[in-house]
Design a protein around this ligand. Structure first.
Ligand SMILES: O=P(O)(O)O[C@@H]1C[C@H](O)[C@@H](CO)O1
Length: 287
């Protein structure tokens, strides 16, 4: 436990990675996008691309999960520079929480001002349908409440304050722009706004856990995103998050449904084009 609480990178590690990346491209992105399970094809749309495998980047962890390619892609949408993680890191992969979030501080040092996080999630709200896109308005940090917060350990003042506020974690202005964009694209019928909760995974939730999470006020459940959002807010990035509802969680003991990653990837593929259009238009507007 001592090790769990105290492992962290030095400021110089983040700086070394940022300087290395700045030497690989002339693009200076103001927006970073983290792609969720099966949602990485979005990066293929970037123009004037420089794609760097994670294994070549100093200090970067590796992607081990199916549907997470493991490349950092710099490019442009409508002339707006952007950097995109094709594949994120999860705590359940065995990474320390500060490894999971390592790229976020690197983005800050690259000059990024806005972070867009996407994920695949199970729908807890019974009004949600598979294929809906939920704009995240707030989160419930279950691992955080159990003592696992990415800001645990000594605070690095060069990134942010010891006790950052989280009541404004998800940027309302960007959310409004995203809603406007969704309407323009004709996507309003499958857009929701709700609360995302994170469990550590990798096992999916039991029926009792799903019912508890719903009672606590969560609309969708996943295994990522919140640590990235906390680190981003700590260093002053604006955040927009969305969840693709890839499956409905099982909340009924008579159900024969079983959560599985194949269904998650299938739904991601089905909605990939809509998500790509939405996020690329958003980057073009806010970048
Ligand atoms: O990276 P995300 O949060 O999109 O991936 C979700 C959570 C697990 O990694 C996986 C479970 O199917 O999908």
């Amino acid at each position: 436990m001592y090790h769990m609480l105290h492992f962290c990178y030095a400021f110089e590690d983040y700086k070394e990675t940022a300087d290395w990346l700045l030497a690989q491209t002339e693009l200076r992105p103001k927006v970073a996008v983290i792609c969720g399970s099966g949602l990485g094809a979005f990066a293929e749309l970037l123009e004037n691309q420089t794609a760097i495998p994670y294994k070549d980047i100093p200090h970067f962890p590796q992607s081990t999960v199916q549907g997470h390619a493991g490349r950092l892609v710099f490019g442009e949408f409508d002339g707006k520079p952007c950097v995109c993680m094709q594949g994120r890191f999860h705590f359940y992969e065995g990474y320390h929480i500060s490894k999971v979030t390592f790229p976020v501080r690197v983005f800050h040092l690259l000059g990024v001002q806005t972070l867009i996080v996407t994920n695949a999630a199970g729908g807890l709200n019974q009004d949600y349908k598979v294929g809906d896109i939920m704009f995240i308005k707030d989160h419930l940090n279950i691992p955080g409440m159990a003592g696992l917060n990415p800001l645990g350990g000594l605070n690095e003042e060069r990134f942010g304050v010891r006790f950052p506020c989280m009541s404004d974690a998800y940027d309302k202005d960007i959310c409004s722009i995203a809603m406007e964009t969704a309407k323009e694209l004709g996507y309003a019928p499958f857009i929701q706004q709700g609360v995302y909760t994170m469990v550590a995974g990798p096992s999916y939730e039991t029926i009792a856990e799903c019912n508890m999470l719903r009672m606590l006020g969560a609309d969708a459940v996943g295994m990522s995103t919140i640590p990235e959002v906390i680190l981003a807010r700590h260093c002053g990035l604006r955040v927009f998050g969305l969840s693709l509802i890839t499956n409905k969680v099982v909340k009924d003991y008579d159900s024969h449904e079983k959560a599985n990653h194949e269904e998650v990837l299938r739904t991601s593929q089905h909605r990939a084009e809509n998500l790509q259009n939405l996020v690329s238009c958003l980057v073009a507007k806010i970048g």
